[in-house]
Design a protein around this ligand. Sequence first.
Ligand code: ZN
Ligand code: ZN
Length: 400
Amino acid sequence: MKHLFAAASIAALAASITTTSFAEEKTAWRLFVSDHAEPVINVVDALTGNKIDTLPLKGPASLYRSASGRTVFAVQGKADAVSAVSTGIAFEDHGDHGDIEVTAPRLTGTEITGTKPSHFVEHGGEFALFFDGEGVARILDEKTALEGGTGVREVKTEAPHHGVAAVFGDYVLSSAPNREKPDELPVGIRVTDRAGKQIGNIHACPDLHGEATSGRLLAFACATGLLLVRDGDNGPSIEHLPYPASPSGKATTLLGGKGLQYFLGNYGADRLLLIDPSAKDMFRQVDLPTRRVHFAVDPIRPRFAYAFTEDGQLHQVDIVAGKIAQSVKLTDAYSMDGHWSDPRPRIAVAGDRIAVTDPLKSQLHLVDAIGFARTGDIPLAGKPFNIVAVGGSGETHATE
Ligand code: ZN
Ligand code: ZN
């Protein structure tokens, strides 16, 4: 595989001549792809297109990667389990440079069980898994997940509901269910301390659904606006930011910008809402040509996010300009008519490549993030569906 990195290696070798070390630059990106129907994760080398391994699960999974990229969590809602995967790509800070260590991806053995796992939130290095069927959050850290541990701390809410929890320093934020109708969306956020004691009143957030972290901010989407959580003098400080008066709408999925502090949410079927809490013009709308299938932020080029629409196009959204900058057609039409969970494309950013799953064609499509042109396809049996990418570049030392 070494020849693939020839260009990078020559640059690294040229640099090493003056530094007398034998460090070599190495780049690795992996795609973790779940199947719409089968209980598996396929691991694909994003640079060569080769399949590295197929990891068995108990049920079809939603996938989440940790901020460090060392762990991928497979939330198997119908199999009542959440499994941890070591991605096999780890970075270590060596002060003036970073090292990359690449090993085989594997299931770590960590499997957190409970009824109907749903939302997954990482904040401050801790993962909160919410189990709707119990109304319970189970919290663990990355070390535990990588070592195959199953030690969790639990935060219980009043009733089973489609909820969410997030660790915030010494506190946990958890959804407060609708008391009369717990099968409807939660009505607010409750703050509890380490001992489980409630701090202050419930922060109202009608029809709470959707959450994200960006910079130091955590946000929840409500029917009326966003709940913004930041560090306060005595625990988390929570503020409600109402949506613009027109057009009316609400976000139910939120993503947090990486490198730029902003949130991106859905706002109607064919519109995105750009939220910059520090700007004078806090809310901007980005109109899409047709209904939205999926959207993702670019963790490497903070200026951009991507949206896939039902006409088969991938759009590059310029966050600064607040509009679509470029579009590329990738698939046949994927209508949003039908069930919300039907197999439809999903997006992940792997370095300079954007990967889009095409479940009905058993393929991943690759788009060059710089030129925004389609550069290739990777065949993958079955219905490739949810996808996350981990990787980057670092040094490996020939001698220590
Ligand atoms: Zn090093
Ligand atoms: Zn949900």
